[in-house]
Design a protein around this ligand. Structure first.
Ligand SMILES: Nc1nc2c(ncn2[C@@H]2O[C@H](COP(=O)(O)OP(=O)(O)OP(=O)(O)O)[C@@H](O)[C@H]2O)c(=O)[nH]1
Ligand SMILES: [Mg+2]
Length: 273
């Protein structure tokens, strides 16, 4: 039996048990990057193969998969506030440390295909780090957060990335370096700090964003961009799988054809496998 009827039936079943995707979670165009100096995708629109596959309903299991996204960074940089601003549209000025991990689900519709993200909010406090790190594995995207008003938190992002990468495949995971609390910094100071942040993002091969959970500036734009790029990578992987199944051979293609950083990524050994 071919795979198509099975996936169609499964999709119909899942659609019937899940509530519909919220109207404000529908993505029909690729959202713009924040900075052309540090982006994962230089094209203006979605990959043409991805658009065609969505139109022809050839996205395989993508429509009922849940992509894992982990959020890491120093304590009190604003990870929880960032997730809460996007998922619940709330902001709490009182600091309540995350203990271990927490997670939120967000459902989108991208190019007409349902797509879910599971956002894992991890603890930045040292004493909870070993619990949190047990949840790093299997991420499709990693958000490394720093506080724009605290330069040390930017420097620590390299260590957060290194720890998260021990549990993940560097050839397929998408990286985002996110500076928070933009409302607390003057435009002049921001421009000065941005150069450093972009340099770190380029070294990491991450896409850079600056935002504020307090004002909401760039929060929705950032998550829409993340959802879109993760979706695109999933569809391309699905197309690669189905073409290799058809021709009986494995063809290696990069996650996003226009991924600036894709060619220089090398597979590193995973200590836990
Ligand atoms: N002004 C301002 N304050 C923020 C912003 N984001 C977070 N904060 C404040 O920063 C503090 C820490 O925020 P959290 O989101 O709890 O930090 P966290 O990174 O989740 O901290 P851990 O869970 O301990 O790792 C809180 O007092 C927030 O109100 C922001 O965009 N602007
Ligand atoms: Mg937290």
């Amino acid at each position: 039996m071919s795979a198509k009827p099975v996936t169609s039936v499964l999709r119909a079943f899942i659609m019937s048990v899940l509530p519909p995707v919220r109207k404000d979670r529908i993505i029909s165009q690729l959202p713009k990057c924040f900075s052309k100096g540090a982006t994962l995708h230089t094209e203006d629109g979605f990959n043409a193969k991805v658009k065609t596959a969505c139109q022809e309903q050839r996205t395989g299991t993508v429509g009922f998969k849940i992509s894992k996204v982990i959020v890491v960074g120093d304590l009190a940089v604003g990870k929880t506030c960032l997730i809460n601003r996007f998922c619940k549209d709330v902001f709490d000025k009182n600091y309540k440390a995350t203990i271990g991990v927490d997670f939120e689900m967000e459902r989108f519709e991208v190019l007409g295909v349902p797509f879910s993200l599971q956002l894992w909010d991890t603890a930045g406090q040292e004493r909870f780090k070993c619990i949190a790190s047990t949840y790093y594995r299997g991420a499709q995207a990693i958000i490394i957060v720093f506080d724009l008003t605290d330069v040390a938190s930017l420097h620590h992002t390299r260590q957060w990335l290194e720890d998260a990468m021990k549990e993940n495949d560097p050839t397929s995971v998408l990286l985002f370096l996110v500076g928070t609390k933009k409302d607390l910094i003057s435009p002049a100071q921001y421009s000065f700090n941005e150069q450093d942040a972009i340099k770190v993002a380029q070294e990491m091969k991450a896409e850079y964003w600056a935002l504020s959970a307090l004002s909401g500036e760039n929060v929705r734009e950032f998550f829409f961009r993340l959802a879109s790029l993760t979706f695109e990578a999933n569809v391309l992987a699905e197309l690669e799988k189905s073409s290799s199944r058809r021709i009986g051979d494995v063809v290696k293609i990069s996650n996003t054809t226009s991924n600036l950083y894709a060619t220089s990524k090398k597979k590193q050994p995973n200590c836990c496998q």
